[in-house]
Design a protein around this ligand. Structure first.
Ligand code: GLN
Length: 488
């Protein structure tokens, strides 16, 4: 059986653990051995056998006592954007090389309280800026479906690790698509909840009005289990945390979707979508119809404005958030400098990578006096209009279905000469992020080069349970989420 442990879902592993058919210790050892065997994927940035095995032993003790929480002993790994006491936290940046946080992020703490065992920290684009995980200071991540291709980004380490069976699930963060797009590129299921559902405390900040954490796993059921543990109010620590009680996001999984109105916006199906992506999305829509859902036409007329709006707002917030890395309080500090200004300049020159510098420059520019009104303020206005368009659309439909990305995963290095190519690939994930809506990606089939293609579902505020219901129903009649890349 141990051969197949890494092909099990979180739900299946939890059942095995609670039935005492496998111990948390055995599971941890199994996944740690796989991490070592597939280290060349570049998915993990930090592991610690002593920490992980100690957590596993504690989980086994809890299981032996009975009444342990459902996730007790389930191994998972965290995107290296969450701070952790037991592992270094780098955000994929040289600036935080070797940094140890004195506390755990709320997401990390909550999952630990639910008994999950941490396998380590996962590679990501530097400060979560990127769409291919090629912007990490610690090297790129390879997509297990084709190791010459990107896994998506910025949660590329999370996606590659799950797809390769190095962990059954992982945390991710999504500012403009970083849970959905890597899930799509690696054949996984991932959900970005409503902005504010999950605490941002201890999540290294990129763009605070957009950043949101969520789970990535094989199935919608797993995402529901994990999100139930992750989400909840954290009002003392995150002022944007929603004052909403905890929820059981598995509660609607088995509901019928007969009569569900699925909105299909033509703006997401324009000439930019590759044919090999369009086809699996169309078949997923047809499957939903077979399950009794109804396709309704809707319009999201300002979809094409999402890229300019996002690439003004996100860098603006990033330039402000990243001002804290000054070589004084924590992180990297340049060795030789003449005075304070020189220390700042050298520290930031050495510590930040090219993409991060590009965003700081853009962000500082759009916030500067004389340009603020023309760029930042205007972008905020259009952001509101984009959010309003969704509210109009939700008058006619219950969920929105669309592609996650215009193409399958590209080749490593393909976008190197043109950073804008990465930005353009975000076109279908940005609108829901700007509106703060819950949205997810689930496997819809395969496109060119036999690479996975994800279907995006977008719901109205706080409708995570409904999205997971639709995804779970689709996963009862399709098996794309159970496929694995060859050799893993
Ligand atoms: N690709 C987008 C960016 O580079 C989104 C990243 C994210 O969601 N963290 O900003």
């Amino acid at each position: 059986m141990t051969d197949e442990l890494h092909h099990q879902t979180v739900a299946q592993l939890a059942t095995l653990l609670h039935a005492r058919k496998v111990s948390a210790f055995e599971l941890a050892e199994h996944f740690m051995a796989r991490m070592r065997r597939h280290a060349d994927l570049g998915a993990f940035l930090a592991t610690d056998d002593i920490v992980t095995l100690a957590q596993a032993k504690a989980a086994d003790a809890r299981l032996a006592q009975g009444d342990a929480p459902l996730l007790t002993g389930v191994p998972l790994a965290h995107k290296d954007i969450f701070v952790t006491r037991d592992f270094p936290s780098t955000a994929g940046s040289r600036m935080l090389s070797g940094y140890r946080s004195p506390f755990d992020a709320t997401v990390v703490r909550r999952l630990a309280e639910h008994g999950a065992v941490v396998l380590g920290k996962l590679n990501c684009d530097e400060f979560a800026m990127g769409s291919g995980n090629e912007n990490s200071a610690y090297g790129p991540v390879h997509n297990p479906w084709d190791t010459s291709r990107v896994p998506g980004g910025s949660s590329g380490g999370s996606a590659a690790a799950i797809a390769a069976g190095l962990t059954p699930a992982a945390t991710g963060t999504d500012t403009g698509g970083s849970i959905r797009q890597p899930s799509s590129f690696c054949g996984l299921t991932g959900i970005k909840p409503t902005y504010g559902r999950v605490s941002r405390y201890g999540m290294i900040a990129f763009a605070s009005s957009l950043d949101q954490a969520g789970p990535m796993a094989h199935s919608a059921e797993d995402c529901a289990l994990l999100l139930s543990a992750m989400a909840g109010p954290d009002l003392d620590r995150d002022s944007t945390s929603l004052d909403r009680p905890e929820e059981d996001f598995t509660r609607d999984l088995n509901k019928t979707i007969a009569g569900l109105r699925v909105g299909v916006p033509p703006e997401f199906f324009g000439p930019g979508v590759a044919d090999d992506v369009r086809a699996p999305i169309e078949s997923a829509l047809a499957e939903l119809e077979k399950l009794g859902a109804r396709r309704v036409p809707i319009s999201l007329p300002r979809t094409e404005l999402a890229i300019p709006v996002y690439y003004i707002i996100a860098p603006a917030e990033a330039s402000s958030n990243l001002s804290r890395y000054d070589g004084v309080k924590f992180g990297h500090r340049a060795k030789d400098f003449t005075d304070l200004q020189d220390m700042y300049r050298k520290t930031r020159t050495e510590g930040f990578g090219a993409e991060v510098k590009r965003r700081i420059m853009t962000g500082t520019y759009v916030l500067s006096q004389g340009y603020y009104d023309a760029y930042y303020l205007q972008a905020q206005r259009v952001r509101r209009l984009i959010a309003n368009d969704f509210q109009d659309a939700f008058k006619a439909c219950d969920v929105i279905a669309a592609p996650v990305a215009p193409s399958v995963a590209w080749q490593l290095g393909e976008h190197r000469a043109d950073p804008l190519a990465d930005y353009l690939a975000d076109t279908y994930t940005l609108p829901a992020s700007l509106a703060g809506l819950p949205c997810m990606s689930l496997p819809a089939g395969f496109g060119a080069h036999a690479m996975p293609v994800g279907l995006q579902l977008i719901g109205n505020y706080l409708q995570e349970a409904r999205l997971l219901n639709v995804a779970h129903q689709l996963q009862q009649v399709t098996d794309f989420h159970t496929r694995h890349p060859e050799g893993f």
